[in-house]
Design a protein around this ligand. Structure first.
Ligand SMILES: C[S@@+](CC[C@H](N)C(=O)[O-])C[C@H]1O[C@@H](n2cnc3c(N)ncnc32)[C@H](O)[C@@H]1O
Length: 349
């Protein structure tokens, strides 16, 4: 067993194939907070290990990272657990920590190797929960959770973290049910964006019946559906065909026009954009909407190039900040339902 409190390590879970971007972002954000360290990763593993050498002045938060879905402070690594008794060494480490736990999650990478571990993770999680209960280490009021990141049945990383500093879903992936009334599966992308990029209070205040959203590149209407299901009005801009079911709600005004030229007649609460285009072109158009006050807030996708994805994200954000003469609240995540893209929320701060 290896444990090193002097040089803390963090595990970041990411989309398989995006480990280099996740590593670049972690090193960049660590340095931006006055810390230093280096990231270690393997292509397609679905995770990055960040070695922190000089602690940052402000902690890294998963909510503030784009390519990390979950971020866990690594307390101990078990490299060769005995399959006959995996529980005892983990329990000993938990007792040594002196921390009471709300519950235990066994998490795996979102990768082919991680996929193979799902059944083990489920059964080991219930074995661990039983042992923790027996040893009186569980208290539902505790703010700390035990996270066990399973590389294999014998290699497991142990992390103890507060609920506030981690993603509130196992592996940082909200499991969403596809609503059968939606015209397309990409509805899940906007639903996930509302969950991941906004907090509960913001969702309650900003997604209210009677509000209006412009949906650029709307057809067939999966994103528009997220608004109509909340009794919000939608101006759907696209030359394609909107689903009849959405038009039948009476809440959708379908405008056949170019989404890069369209302007609303009066300001709206939301503008969302799912047009597939050069990321910088999309970013510039989103900045124009905010600068001109055509919308209060926006959620949009940036389709990333094959190479230099992280620099491209930075270029888009820099261009938006330069184009808008006030502070921008910019939040972004590569969502579970995203592929070669990220989803961004932007508003005037
Ligand atoms: C990925 S699909 C959108 C899917 C939609 N968000 C949904 O959930 O059903 C992209 C859409 O953008 C539209 N589009 C692409 N360029 C556009 C433009 N310049 N103006 C308007 N629509 C555009 C396409 O016609 C297509 O329907």
């Amino acid at each position: 067993m290896e444990s090193d409190p002097v040089f803390p390590r963090l595990i970041a879970l990411t989309r398989a194939g995006f480990e280099p971007e996740c590593a670049q972002e972690l090193e960049h954000e660590l340095a931006a907070r006055g810390g230093s360290g280096y990231a270690q990763t393997q292509r397609d593993s679905g995770f990055v290990l960040l070695h922190v050498q000089d602690a940052p002045q402000r902690r890294l938060r998963v909510r503030e990272l784009i390519f990390a879905r979950q971020l866990l402070p690594l307390r101990a690594s078990f490299e060769a657990l005995d399959p006959k008794d995996r529980v005892a060494p983990i329990l000993a480490e938990v007792k040594a920590s002196g921390v009471m736990l709300s519950d235990v999650w066994v998490e795996t990478a979102d990768s082919p190797a991680g996929e193979q571990m799902r059944a083990f993770a489920r059964s080991f999680e219930s074995a661990m929960a039983t042992a923790l209960k027996r040893e009186k280490r569980l208290d539902a009021r505790s703010t700390h959770r035990l996270h066990l990141f399973a590389h294999s049945g014998t290699q497991i990383d142990l992390c103890i973290a507060t609920h506030a500093e981690t993603a509130p879903w196992k592996g940082g992936i909200p499991r969403l049910r596809f609503p059968s009334e939606s015209p397309s599966r990409s509805t899940l992308k906007l639903e996930e964006a509302f969950l991941v990029l906004l907090d509960e209070d913001e969702r309650a205040r900003w997604l209210q019946a009677g509000m209006t959203a412009v949906d650029l590149g709307a057809c067939p209407g999966g994103w528009s559906y997220q608004f109509t299901r909340r009794a919000m009005r939608v101006i759907a801009v696209d030359n394609g065909a909107m689903a009849d079911s959405l038009m039948a709600t009476g809440l959708v005004d379908h405008v056949r026009a170019d989404g890069f030229r369209f302007q609303p007649q009066k300001p709206v609460e939301w503008m969302v954009c799912d047009m597939v285009e050069q990321p910088i072109k999309v970013a510039e158009r989103m900045a124009t909407w905010l600068r001109e006050g055509w919308c209060r807030r926006t959620i949009f996708n940036l389709k990333l190039p094959m190479k230099k994805r992280w620099p491209e994200v930075q270029r888009c954000f820099a261009s938006m900040r330069e184009a808008v003469p006030f502070d921008l609240d910019l939040r972004a995540k590569q969502l579970y339902h995203d592929r070669e893209e990220i989803t961004v929320f932007a508003a005037c701060a």
